[in-house]
Design a binder for this molecule. Structure first.
Ligand code: FEO
Length: 405
């Protein structure tokens, strides 16, 4: 792609990354990811957020800058909203190409510039609400929004164009498919980007939902004509709808998740699998939306997105050596690490020869404030009665989700 003008004097100069590397060393990006950077040109010129040196992205970035009619030597300010290396890894080299540029970030961000990039000169901390006048009618205002999702994070706002540059907030996985603006993307692809926004949030931002809500409150009085995040589409069709969607994500851990069910199941020899079919029959009769994942055969990135989104969690897993089936324990531990609290839960599974899985699940449910319904355990292979009971309990659980006030 080449630089794209968003408003006069404001251009997207980001890059698409298509790599089989895991994002943050953890999360698969089969559809890639964009690292968005923006050029704001008044009498002075600023770059808002940079890129990682990843799969050719830094040389692509320099080509983008050139396609916008600029060179590194033209840059007066480098604005760093966030120091995570997907936006800053190139700084160490770019700073050598643009030694005249001043690097601006929050005070904590400036500390991190030293720690991550070894740079301590030509840096300047900006205060919360501080303005930078670029001349030519362009100003940048910096709002500190800590812990969205690192301690140093801020958002940058350009008042004349009403553009908000929030870095990770409102962003998502998924490289751009030749289109930058949400209102130019086909309807089906919009759903793709919303799904990838949710996955990004659940994987990366979930633990910081309270700071997200604080940031949304803080910026509530600002008029925004477009949201220009550091990953994914520019949201200009209806920025308020995107903010509302993000706010809904941030409220999921408080028990306000969607009225749906995530069913996770794993089976050693097929006994828990047979019961899973019965549980699903019961849920299906209540017509509650359900997403089903066999553990460990689906990457936990996708499982976590579903757990995060849904109010109801069904866990089908046997006892393994007096504890929970290990791959299920692993994915539930990941949900706990991401503070996916305040759910309704139902567990079933084979007791094996000792039991123990339910005890481990009880402790986890208590820690995460998951309200459990009556569990179901069966000895060895399920009987016809066990299957009837599984269908009944699945139905009761689904109804409790459907009828929740
Ligand atoms: Fe896109 Fe937190 O970095």
């Amino acid at each position: 792609m080449v630089a794209i003008e968003i408003k006069p004097g404001i251009k997207w100069i980001g890059v698409n990354v298509r790599s089989h590397d895991l994002f943050e060393g953890l999360w698969p990006i089969p559809y890639g990811v964009s690292l968005n950077s923006y050029l704001v040109q008044g009498e002075k010129t600023a770059v808002v957020d940079l890129v990682r040196e990843w799969s050719g992205s830094s040389s692509n970035f320099l080509q983008q800058l050139q396609s916008a009619g600029s060179e590194p030597r033209d840059i007066d300010y480098i604005i760093l909203n966030h120091l995570e290396p997907d936006h800053t890894e190139f700084l160490r080299n770019f700073e050598r190409m643009a030694p005249q540029a001043t690097i601006l970030s929050t005070p904590k961000g400036i500390e991190m510039v030293q720690h991550f990039c070894g740079i301590s000169e030509q840096v300047q901390a900006v205060g919360d609400g501080e303005e930078l006048d670029l001349g030519g009618g362009k100003r940048l205002v910096f709002f500190h929004t800590p812990f969205v999702h690192w301690p140093e994070t801020m958002m940058t706002y350009e008042p004349a164009s009403e553009m908000l540059f929030p870095c990770d907030a409102f962003g998502g996985f998924g490289a751009l498919k030749g289109i930058l603006f949400d209102d130019q993307v086909p309807q089906a692809d919009q759903a793709f980007y919303y799904d990838e926004m949710l996955r990004y949030y659940a994987n990366i931002v979930a633990n910081f939902s309270r700071p997200v809500l604080r940031a949304i409150d803080k910026l509530a009085g600002i008029k925004v004509s477009a949201i220009d995040p550091s990953h994914g589409l520019v949201w200009r069709a209806n920025p308020g709808e995107v903010v509302a969607r993000y706010k809904r994500f941030a409220e999921y851990p408080a028990g306000k998740a969607e009225r749906g069910i995530t069913l996770l199941w794993g089976s050693m020899y097929g006994n828990t699998k047979i019961v899973t079919d019965a549980v699903m029959r019961g849920i299906a009769q209540e017509k509650v939306p359900m997403e089903v994942f066999e553990v460990p055969h689906v990457d936990e990135s996708y499982v976590l997105a579903s757990i995060f989104k849904n109010r109801g969690i069904v866990v089908g897993a046997p006892t393994y050596e007096t504890k929970l089936f290990p791959p299920m324990a692993h994915v539930l531990d990941s949900a706990a690490r991401k503070s996916m609290t305040n759910k309704k839960a139902f567990r079933y599974g084979s007791y094996g020869w000792s039991g123990g899985a339910q005890r481990e699940f009880d402790a986890l449910a208590q820690a995460l404030k998951w309200e459990q319904s009556e569990p179901l355990e069966f000895r060895g292979a399920p009987t016809a009665d066990d299957l009837r009971k599984a269908e009944e309990l699945g139905g009761l659980f689904a109804r409790s989700i459907r009828e929740e006030a």
